[in-house]
Design a protein around this ligand. Structure first.
Ligand code: PMV
Length: 319
């Protein structure tokens, strides 16, 4: 049997990170320029149930029984087996590679899970609905950062711009695919500082517990920005987006999740022609994003590079 492969994109959060964990709406878009890929190869030279896992990017080359049961790759494979109700896999190798930077707020963990789920179900001649794939990936996301909102697995599974809000403590959220009236460009700059989302999410939770009134207000105002941005994107009101990004960044700073490195990149982007710039994802490190009206992207890219961005990706938000 030939090898079967599947890919999944990275993602950025345009509006509403952190507040989305507390039930407010957020907007995320896929970043198709960077992707995770899973390749499944049959290994008839091994007994049934033998599963090799290879992820050369992180130096992993092993069989799944040698990994802890709660390893994200093991959990992903087990999730697929449970979803399609099989007890044993044919002998196979799962090889994972990814051009999505790790721990940078670009959804690399969820993208790897989703690429594996799609490749493995194809390999087994089975199909899962996108909704089911998203739920399986959500279960794995919990291992990466305890209380995920579900936005990463959702936007990466559907690979469309999404307006998302979480419903209570469960995995299911309200999802609207956004109709982008006019495509627009976003420049993504990496601060080069790894930022495990769990730390930022945990710190925000502690701060919220210490001062609920203030933080609930910050979350609510963030949610209103996401709502306004949703309307602006759907109506083609591009000039409204920049100021909304800046307002969102001001609230993220109050939540304590920006950092001097992110602030420097955000400032450089604004100075070089971006009408809006903000951090994207968990914050503290990882990536920032800047809105780039036509003709401005080269200047913004140069300014970000000069300000120390370690990697720059340009993406177009469209349907
Ligand atoms: O995975 P990241 O770093 O893009 O962060 C996710 C965004 C948060 O709102 C901070 C957490 C979440 O689960 O939504």
């Amino acid at each position: 049997m030939p090898a079967i492969s599947a890919t999944a994109p990275g993602k950025i959060i345009l509006f509403g990170e952190h507040a989305v964990v507390y039930g407010q709406p957020a907007i995320a878009v896929p970043v198709s320029e960077v992707r995770a890929r899973a390749i499944i190869t049959a290994r008839p030279d091994h007994p049934k149930g033998w599963v090799a896992l290879q992820a050369p990017d992180i130096g992993l080359d092993t069989t799944w029984d040698e990994l802890p049961q709660n390893h994200p790759l093991v959990k992903t494979v087990q999730g697929v087996m449970a979803a399609i109700d099989i007890e044993q896999l044919p002998a196979l190798t799962i090889r994972v590679s990814s051009s999505i930077p790790i721990a940078a707020g670009l959804g690399s963990g969820a993208a790897v899970s989703i690429a594996i789920i799609r490749a493995l179900t194809n390999f087994l001649g089975r199909q899962l609905a996108d909704e089911q794939i998203s739920i399986l990936a959500f279960e794995v996301e919990k291992l990466h950062h305890g209380t995920p909102s579900g936005i990463d697995n959702t936007v990466i599974t559907f690979e469309k711009p999404v307006y998302f809000s979480r419903e209570g403590p469960v995995h299911k959220g309200t999802l609207k695919i956004i109709q982008v009236a006019k495509p627009f460009t976003i420049v993504i700059g990496d601060s080069g500082i790894p930022s495990p989302t769990a730390t930022a999410v945990g710190d925000v939770r502690k701060a919220w517990e210490g001062n609920r009134a203030v933080f609930d207000e910050l979350f609510k105002r963030t949610g209103m920005i996401s709502e306004r941005a949703h309307r602006a994107i759907e109506s083609g009101d591009f000039p409204a987006l920049g100021p909304l990004m800046n307002e969102n960044q001001a609230l993220l700073e109050k939540m304590g999740v920006s950092s001097p490195e992110l602030d420097r990149l955000i400032h450089a982007a604004r100075e070089s022609g971006a009408p809006g710039a903000k951090l994207s994802g968990g914050g503290r490190g990882g990536n920032m994003i800047a809105l780039a009206p036509e003709g401005t992207a080269p200047h913004i890219i140069e300014a970000l590079r000069d300000a120390g961005a370690t990697r720059i990706i340009t993406t177009t938000v469209k349907n």
